[in-house]
Write a protein that binds this ligand. Structure first.
Ligand code: SF4
Length: 575
């Protein structure tokens, strides 16, 4: 079922008013990949009346007012992508396409959409119910952060949006707790997974360097980021606070992760896998092409690539759905009128993290001073592809399914580390789950740049390629690896790109096509390096290419083309 987007739909449901109105920078797409759809559905299941306003006109009150005022709260999100990432390339050029806007023309999502939508609500509803921010833009801008587009440190978006609450990370638990408290008129201050503004410093919070201090001193900004990054595991995180002007941003510890049974329930809700008809009449959304018939199998990632924000958004602990839940979803898809037998992806942030985790982490939380995969695989993590192997085999047997692809990136260091099932898993993928090309994301080939990125060394890439080629030949298939690379990451020079070019042509036997200029998105270690021009772990200075001409040259060295991709697409899978 779609949630209502008009008064007529509200009346048809026999509702007199809404408890919650969700406002989004994306079109309203009902899919388990879309945060607004998931949050709306779980609130509905808990008995709340929820409506959706997608991509409201910000010049008038027509859209924002059309469902009236909610009884409990407004939920505001910029959508599935940070609005600045959606609207501009890494060269700060305007993007003309948007995969989440009907018709594909990028004309509906304002810059800093979270702030603009909150202001829009306040303009037309004075003294309204709380405004609750959520989604990736709010989550990654929840604390003082480097903003590449204005080239400065910004305050928490909670302050700039003049909103009441910010839900960060995966929002199901926090949003349900908020709704319950607001319905009961109870205090919100101890709800996990949220940020609030306080007049005084809470006695039980760990204080991070103030906004003023981090603006004035790059070392203070590094200290702040380490403190923020370390306090993101629900088992160990402390409450944080940061002075911003005269008040305090307070970040409560993260919400506890959903159990497998709870995750299965979230994905069993009746998603339409389509755009709401109110918006569909305005045109198709490109994002649906990839997400409509794909299945998310897990959340979280312990890859901790330094340019990726998943660790502070979804968490470093992988939680996965049961095989039964994933197979049931595939079975349901086969009844969809547009399903042609193809499942375009079965995966998560990294395809091959499904079905195993570190026991120590599950019991005590992520190690505060150690990473699971970098600089090398931690021996405590017992890599095991057997569950994913079994899952793929089961999915192939679902009646009506012709082909299942693994489009999410495969982390090859994990695959090589699994003596028991690694080769069997790769053989399965090579034989049944690729479309002739398998995407991998080495991101670079020079080990000192890879180390800044938190990625495995180039030796492992070559070994993976050797196995992929051998297995492809063994099943008589002509198929290739497609390599994704990054230019102008902190620490990367033009000489490094020249060496990448030589490595690619001599060892990989390719001319890389997929090269993106590094974008410093909020709240990542790579962005911290970009801004401070320091290694945040040793505090030694590092070379950072900041000039546009220099960035373009880095890309051109490899591709012969300048600029970055101009489509605001579903964020590229990382692995
Ligand atoms: S013990 Fe190793 S695998 Fe487990 S959380 Fe720590 S670093 Fe990661």
């Amino acid at each position: 079922m779609f949630l209502p987007t008009t008064q007529e739909e509200i009346q048809k449901l026999g509702w007199d008013a809404l408890d919650v109105i969700l406002v989004s920078g994306d079109s309203y797409i009902d899919s388990p990949y879309i945060g607004v759809a998931v949050i709306g559905k779980i609130l509905l299941q808990a008995g709340y009346r929820v409506g959706v306003i997608a991509q409201p006109d910000v010049q008038s009150g027509q859209d924002i007012s059309r469902l009236g005022e909610p009884r409990l709260f407004w939920g505001v999100t910029a959508g599935s992508v940070d609005s600045l990432v959606a609207n501009y390339t890494a060269s700060r050029k305007k993007r003309w396409n948007d995969d989440y806007t009907p018709g594909g023309l990028n004309e509906r999502r304002p810059d800093r959409a979270t702030i603009v939508y909150s202001n829009l609500i306040r303009r037309y509803f004075k003294d309204t119910v709380p405004i609750v921010l959520g989604g990736i833009e709010a989550s990654l801008r929840r604390i003082a952060h480097y903003d590449f587009w204005s080239d400065r440190i910004r305050r928490s978006v909670l302050f700039d949006a003049k909103a009441d609450v910010l839900v960060y990370g995966m929002g199901e638990r926090a949003v349900l707790a908020l709704a319950e408290r607001l319905r009961a008129g109870a205090d919100l201050r101890d709800v996990r997974g949220i940020c609030l503004i306080a007049a005084e410093k809470p006695a039980d919070a760990l204080e991070l360097p103030s906004y003023e201090a981090v603006c004035a001193d790059k070392n203070a900004f590094i200290d702040m980021f380490h403190g923020f990054y370390k306090n993101n595991d629900p088992l160990t995180a402390k409450k944080l606070c940061q002075k911003q002007d005269t008040r305090y941003l307070v970040q409560n510890p993260p919400a506890e992760y959903l159990s497998q049974a709870e995750l299965d329930k979230v994905y069993a809700l009746d998603y339409e896998r389509a755009q709401h008809p109110y918006y569909a009449r305005l045109g198709d959304v490109k994002a649906l092409e990839t997400i409509r018939f794909s299945i998310p199998t897990h959340r979280g990632c312990y890859g901790e690539c330094n340019f990726c924000a998943i660790a502070v958004h979804e968490g470093r602990t992988v939680r996965w759905r049961s095989q039964e839940s994933v197979v049931a979803e595939a079975g349901q898809m086969t009844h969809h009128p547009d399903f042609k037998g193809y499942i375009f992806d079965v995966g998560g942030p990294t395809a091959n993290m499904y079905g195993y985790e570190c026991d120590k982490k599950l019991a005590h939380g992520s190690c505060p001073a150690k990473r699971c995969l970098s600089p090398e695989l931690c021996p405590v993590l017992k890599v095991d592809h057997s569950q994913q192997l079994a899952l793929l085999r089961r999915l192939r047997k679902v009646g009506g399914v012709k082909k299942v692809f693994v489009a999410s990136g495969i982390r090859y260091d994990l695959l090589l580390a699994d003596q028991a099932y690694g080769d069997a898993y790769l053989l399965e993928v090579v034989s049944h789950h690729t479309s002739g090309q398998l995407k991998v994301a080495p991101e670079h080939t020079e080990d000192h740049v890879l180390s800044r990125m938190g990625k495995p060394g180039s030796g492992q890439l070559l070994e993976f390629k050797r196995r992929f080629d051998t297995l492809s030949r063994s099943v008589r298939k002509k198929q290739y690896l497609t390599y994704y690379m990054i230019a102008a990451h902190p620490g990367c020079s033009e000489q490094d790109m020249q060496r990448l070019k030589i490595f690619a042509s001599q060892k990989l036997k390719i001319n890389p096509e997929q090269v993106q200029i590094f974008t410093p998105t909020p709240s990542t270690y790579s962005s911290l390096m970009y801004y401070t021009e320091m290694d945040p772990f040793t505090r030694q200075p590092i070379f950072v290419e900041k000039g546009l001409a220099g960035k373009n040259r880095q890309k051109q060295i490899v591709t012969g083309r300048a600029g970055a991709q101009v489509r605001a697409s579903k964020p590229r899978r990382k692995a």
